[in-house]
Design a protein around this ligand. Structure first.
Ligand code: ADP
Ligand code: MG
Length: 281
């Protein structure tokens, strides 16, 4: 007859519980020394295995979501950006906005931490077991344009509509053709009231007509993107340039508030996070 320990070992191999197998000897020796009881030994083995698997799942999910290099709220220096309400950001990181399929906007000049915060939201969502995908607006439109050319647009829109959180970074850095704006609109429409988005932009909503090369499409986009929306505006200096402020000419230092959005047809629901109006920070 096979001794019990040997049978446990074989079972762990058959169950592909490599980490529990690795831990087994250590756990058994603690058990023999009376440091833990049998229940605690079972708990320890399962916890080790689970931790490893959870870590692996998060690693894979972060890569497929394109959230590397990882940024977290813990590594964000809120004291550098006093216009940001730390408690409000922490409340957003509870991810209720994902459940409600809302759109979270981070607005502010370059270097103020928009991409960092958006990535951190994505990382928090991955850890909470949500599916996330991050891309820049330029990458998104390039992929949609290519898919349309190859007759796979519907499939590509389904792909981008699938994640519970879609992060679209860098709206406003590059001008978008009207064809591109149209494709983005189709995607926004596909996600509207179904899936959450986190958008970042260095430009105010009033400038979207210019960014998207078409005021009518821009208005239709904003109509959907501001309907169930939370707007976080960052007004501050660039973290990238924090040691070089003296090298930057005064007129290019951006402290200016971003112009508020034009009125949309629908009235936006009042965001739940602290500030009562989507335009306030
Ligand atoms: P933006 O997207 O607004 O242009 P980023 O989020 O890319 O800015 O920030 C630029 C760099 O500075 C990144 O490496 C980011 O991690 C870092 N950074 C920005 N703000 C902070 C901050 N308040 N605390 C720590 N790191 C920051
Ligand atoms: Mg950025």
């Amino acid at each position: 007859m096979i001794p019990v320990i040997e049978r446990i070992r074989q079972s762990l191999v058959s169950l592909h519980m490599a980490r529990a197998l690795e831990t087994l000897d250590h756990t058994l020796s603690r058990l023999e020394k009376g440091e833990i009881n049998a229940i605690e030994a079972i708990d320890e083995l399962l916890a080790e295995e689970l931790n490893l698997r959870e870590g692996r799942r998060i690693g894979v999910a972060l890569r497929t979501a394109r959230l590397m290099p990882v940024k977290t709220l813990e590594s964000f220096d809120f004291s550098f950006q006093p216009s940001l309400d730390r408690r409000r950001i922490m409340a957003l990181a509870q991810l209720e906005f994902i459940k409600r399929a809302e759109v979270l906007h981070f607005l502010g000049p370059p270097g103020t931490g928009k991409s960092h915060l958006a990535t951190a939201m994505g990382v928090a969502a991955v850890k909470a077991g949500r599916s996330v995908y991050r891309c820049s607006l330029a990458e998104l439109i390039e992929a949609l344009t290519k898919a349309e050319r190859e007759g796979r647009l519907a499939e590509k829109i389904r792909f981008y509509a699938r994640a519970s959180l879609l992060i679209v970074d860098e709206i406003g850095y590059l001008p978008i053709t009207s064809g591109g704006a149209n494709l983005f609109f189709q995607l926004v429409n596909a996600r509207y009231e179904k899936g959450a988005m986190n958008l970042t932009s260095n430009r105010g909503f009033a400038e979207w007509g210019e960014i998207f090369g078409d005021p009518i499409v821009a208005t239709a986009l904003l109509d959907r993107l501001l309907h169930h929306a939370v707007v976080v505006q960052i007004e501050g200096a660039s973290y990238r340039l924090r040691h070089h402020a003296d090298l930057i000419p005064e007129h290019t230092r951006s402290h200016a508030a971003i112009t508020p959005p034009p009125p949309t047809k629908r009235r936006g629901r009042i965001p739940k996070y602290g500030a009562a109006h989507p335009m306030s920070s």
